[in-house]
Design a protein around this ligand. Structure first.
Ligand code: C2E
Ligand code: MG
Ligand code: MG
Length: 753
């Protein structure tokens, strides 16, 4: 059988609790993560906004710088143009061009006449005459009177990328007589747009209205031809960009290129249809944001961790202290097993699921003696020993507990009588075999009370089950050795009845609820009343009469009989005194005396005082003692009996022949009357042998001058037969039942009506 783990020590948090706490922690984490995400999103938005603004500002500055440069260059060219008119010869033009060119950063300058014939000088000294530049739009625009700037293009004579400035040259009449041009290497623009933007992370580029890239310094972008078409803008951004370039306004946007997200801003330059685009990778902006978030999330997680640990710790402490309290409330200190409270709770649960159980209570014999002789440590060891025997003997679906002191209880998962017997006997044998002191033999005995659970009642009551097992236990309490008893209902009723009687007996005696009835005794020859026997009745407040058989045995057990007997004796004295006082002749009355009275210290004095109190002659009082008392025949008892006799009381031997009567008694005890038991009148009385014995006893008594009384005469035939056998007195229903004192007085003093 699997070992019964009856007293699990719950020292750690139970799974349920841990699950609940994990859920709480998870919820908290979820809340924190959601909060963090929302917060991150908000911060991101703010950061984006700021970045866009910053990007816009830097882009504007850059645009302004480019425009300033162009404007400056154009002014330079314009200023130089003032030195030219249509009157100059070629040589002068060349020398003036050279002089101007040396003063400015242009790589080349040219004067174009109305016929689009250009005189060109390079910074390196090369001179080109009569060059046709009619195909150049920038020259055409200038010829039309505009200050113009060309697109970036390859230089006419070198491979360098250049821009060409062109300004109209006018005479004094403000007529356009030609165009002055100046070429500048594009590097100067590159230097501007190359200025640091967000460190080295951002970049600028110049595009045309249609998206064609005019100027880019970034390697990747340089390879692209059209910014709008070669970048994967989403539809909305693309449209917005188009609108912005159409209306010549600025616009901020984002795009993804080559898996990388960028933020960009686009703003128009005042020359050509150029736009400056400034771009920064989103990752750069996110970088700070990510760092911030990392710190934020890490702090949050750390806080949650600390909080959860604290929560767990405090829960653990609280749980541990609850456990401790619970342990004190539900577990037995010595054995560590469940106590009655816990058992009741668990058993109720178990029995509500499955009724097929039997409760057994086990008690140890002589436990007090073990404690007293070997010390409490040994006693405790024995209790723990019993607990572990039960733990081994019981299955996982069975329970045991330490009820109190040396009493244990356990539930067996069976109702099969034979199985119960075997298992209970095995357990008791194991307890008996327990080695109280190693190496020494001190057999321990125990006893069990067994109650099988009600299979067909829904009225589940573990307390009742326990009470009934306890009642069964009580049955075998006084037997020696190992014994068990199954509960039976009559047994409990007796116990309950006894309990009620004991609760009420004192008050009943005080309240005169005990009444001495009198049963007349008749002379068999004259058939007249010669005496009577006082027989107690308990008259309940409701008027009902309880016969002595229902309470005398209980009083015999608890000793109360001595008080009752003396009370009845006094009642009888009171009756006799009353009759005497009424001038009536006195009738001797027998009073039953329990053998317990004879062990009382001042019994003789007490009865003496009683008759003295009522001024009665003791010879009219017959004290009935039982045969069993006489058979004990200890010296002290014999002394008391003869003491009573000497005082003048008559003594009667009651129920003679009911037990193992000894004729010796008649010799040894000074008795005056022999009451032959009713049994002589039963069927046996017909038996010839019984007749002979009865006859002999009566004969013997007569010779010893002992009066013979026959009890329980119910028929005329019995009366006649006993008279013929020589019996003196008869008592029985045939003559009269026990009646109250008033009725008796009527009967005795006025005769039957
Ligand atoms: P007991 O002293 O042998 O009393 C005789 C019993 O036989 C009485 O029972 C009586 O009612 C009954 N009896 C008398 N005639 C007949 C008959 O013809 N047929 C049958 N069947 N029974 C008859 P009761 O009154 O129930 O008393 C029973 C016993 O209780 C008494 O037996 C006596 O031992 C005890 N008892 C009664 N009163 C007292 C008392 O005050 N003190 C003590 N210590 N014991 C008492
Ligand atoms: Mg009697
Ligand atoms: Mg009797």
């Amino acid at each position: 059988m699997k070992r019964n783990e009856n007293h699990l020590q719950h020292l750690n948090l139970p799974r349920q609790k841990i699950r609940a706490m994990t859920i709480i922690a998870a919820c908290m984490m979820a809340v924190c993560i959601i909060t963090a995400t929302v917060l991150m999103h908000l911060i991101n938005l703010v950061l984006q906004d700021q970045t866009q603004q910053y990007l816009g500002e830097i882009s504007n500055q850059c645009r302004a710088t480019i425009e300033k440069q162009i404007e400056g260059d154009l002014l330079t060219v314009q200023a130089a143009s003032a030195f030219f008119d249509e009157t100059l010869d070629e040589e002068t033009i060349v020398s003036r061009l050279q002089a101007e060119n040396n003063r400015n950063p242009f790589v080349r300058m040219a004067f174009v006449n109305r016929d689009y014939q250009a005189t060109i000088v390079d910074l390196d000294g090369s001179i080109y005459l009569g060059q046709d530049v009619s195909d150049q739009p920038v020259v055409q625009h200038a010829m039309a009177g505009e200050l113009s700037l060309s697109d970036i293009g390859s230089d006419r004579f070198s491979a360098d990328d250049v821009v060409i400035y062109a300004t109209p040259v006018t005479n004094n009449a403000q007529e356009i007589i030609g165009v002055m041009t100046a070429s500048r290497k594009v590097d100067s623009f590159s230097a501007i747009i190359q200025q640091p933007l967000f460190g080295t992370h951002g970049l600028n580029l110049v595009v045309r209205q249609n998206g064609d890239i005019v100027l880019a310094v970034d390697d990747i972008l340089q390879q692209k031809a059209n910014f709008f078409e070669e970048i994967a803008f989403d539809g909305v951004t693309y449209q917005a960009l188009q609108q912005a370039v159409q209306s010549g306004s600025s616009y901020t946007f984002s795009f993804t290129d080559d898996g990388q997200k960028y933020w960009g801003t686009l703003g128009p330059l005042s020359y050509n249809d150029w736009y400056l685009v400034s771009v920064v990778p989103a990752s750069y902006i996110n970088q700070g944001y990510r760092q911030m978030m990392f710190v934020f999330v890490a702090t949050t997680l750390l806080l949650i961790l600390v909080f959860t640990s604290l929560l767990l710790y405090t829960s653990h402490i609280r749980y541990a202290s609850t456990q401790k309290i619970e342990h004190l409330a539900y577990y037995d200190d010595i054995t560590g097993t469940y106590n009655t409270n816990k058992f009741m709770e668990l058993a109720a649960e178990q029995l509500s699921r499955d009724k097929n159980y039997t409760l057994v209570l086990l008690d140890l014999h002589g436990f007090k003696f073990i404690n007293a002789s070997f010390g409490f440590a040994v006693g405790d060891r024995l209790l723990r020993g019993v607990a572990s025997i039960l733990a081994r003997a019981l299955g996982p679906d069975e329970l045991y507990y330490h009820r109190f002191a040396d009493q244990f209880g356990f539930l067996l998962h069976t109702q099969d009588m034979q199985e119960i017997r075997t298992r209970v006997t095995d357990i008791m044998d194991a307890v008996s075999a327990f080695e109280l002191i190693p190496g020494e033999s001190h057999p321990i005995h125990c006893y069990c009370g067994i109650k099988i659970n009600q299979m067909f009642s829904d009225n589940l009551n573990v307390g009742l089950l326990q009470d009934r097992a306890a009642a069964a236990l009580h049955q075998v309490k006084n037997l020696h050795g190992n014994h068990y008893a199954f509960y039976d209902h009559a047994l409990l009723e007796r116990a309950q009845y006894k309990n009620t009687v004991e609760q009420h007996m004192h008050a009943a005696l005080q309240g005169h609820e005990f009444i001495a009835y009198l049963q007349p005794k008749y002379d068999l020859r004259t058939e007249r009343i010669v005496s009577a026997e006082a027989l107690v009745r308990w008259r309940k407040p409701d008027g009902s009469l309880v016969p002595p058989g229902n309470f005398i045995p209980i009083f015999e057990q608890n000793g109360f009989i001595t008080q009752l007997d003396l009370y009845i004796l006094e009642e009888v004295c009171r009756y006799q005194r009353a009759w005497l006082d009424a001038g009536l002749p006195i009738v001797p009355i027998s009073v039953n005396q329990s053998r317990l009275l004879f062990y009382q210290e001042h019994y003789l004095e007490t009865v003496h005082a009683l008759v003295a109190k009522y001024a009665l002659d003791p010879k009219y009082i017959i004290l009935e003692i039982t045969e069993s008392l006489a058979t004990n025949n200890a010296d002290e008892i014999t002394a008391v009996i003869s003491g009573l006799h000497q005082m003048g009381f008559s003594l009667s031997m009651d129920d003679f022949g009911a037990g193992y009567s000894s004729l010796n008694l008649l010799r040894e005890l000074a008795i005056d009357e022999l009451k032959l038991d009713r049994d002589f009148l039963s069927d046996g009385a017909q038996d010839a042998r019984s007749q002979v014995i009865l006859h002999s006893i009566i004969d013997l008594a007569r010779q010893l001058h002992i009066t013979t009384v026959c009890e329980g005469i119910e028929t005329r035939a019995q009366a006649d037969q006993l008279r013929d056998l020589g019996c003196d007195i008869a008592q029985g229903y045939f003559f009269s039942r026990p009646i109250d004192a008033e009725a008796f007085a009527k009967l005795a003093y006025s005769g039957p009506e």
